[in-house]
Design a protein. Structure first.
Length: 207
């Protein structure tokens, strides 16, 4: 995105929770975490949850809880709940603290464990599923995700323009495979938006 356009958008977006600013700063300072979604992506997710009045939201990949706070603030408005899964024990504990400090403990449930294993225990259906975990998992857990999604629900995946943005093959290839799969699945109505590093939206038409 052109820097002037990016700056213009950023100037108008207001954070839903001030805790997200400190988390974002920490993400950029640390070598052991990957930066989470961008500000405009967080606002987009918050808007999407409010638009469809989502009650049950599932997140793959909590990290420090930056995106989780955007989701949590939105479901606080709709009266819903976020379940977010994180496999790193250190990040899980840090995210738990951040969620508490953000005042969202009643709106967010953190689950510790591997997504590829935990997904088998989930019962759904979910109104929104947000995928922002390890990129190799994107295509691997797609079928489970579709099955867990409510008819009329939305599957959202972040970083889906990694391939064309020059990301390493181990990051770009799986998200490219994910894009090809959702675009060709007749249960879904999908598009890719140039928001942040790419957001793929998939609306579930039928079971």
């Amino acid at each position: 995105m052109d820097q002037e356009i990016f700056n213009y958008i950023q100037n108008y977006i207001v954070r839903d929770n001030c805790k997200s600013d400190t988390i974002k700063e920490e993400e950029y300072q640390r070598d052991d975490v990957q930066p989470s979604i961008e500000l405009e992506t967080g606002k987009f997710l918050g808007l999407l949850i409010r638009l469809i009045n989502a009650q049950k939201v599932l997140e793959f990949g909590t990290c420090l809880g930056y995106s989780t706070i955007w989701l949590g603030e939105a479901v606080k408005q709709t009266g819903g709940k976020v379940i977010s899964i994180e496999k790193d024990p250190k990040l899980y504990q840090e995210a738990k603290t951040n969620i508490e400090e953000a005042g969202l403990s009643n709106s967010v449930e953190l689950v510790y464990g591997d997504i590829s294993e935990k997904i088998r225990d989930l019962t759904g259906p979910y109104d929104i599923i947000f995928q922002d975990a390890q990129k190799s998992l994107y295509p691997k857990v797609l079928e489970n995700s579709i099955n867990l999604l409510n008819q009329g629900g939305v599957l959202v995946a972040d970083d889906t323009l990694f391939k064309v943005k020059g990301a390493p093959r181990n990051l770009g290839a799986p998200v490219d495979e994910y894009n090809r799969k959702v675009m060709s699945d007749d249960r879904l109505y999908s598009t890719i938006l140039p928001v942040g590093d790419g957001v793929t939206l998939s609306y579930k038409i039928r079971q």
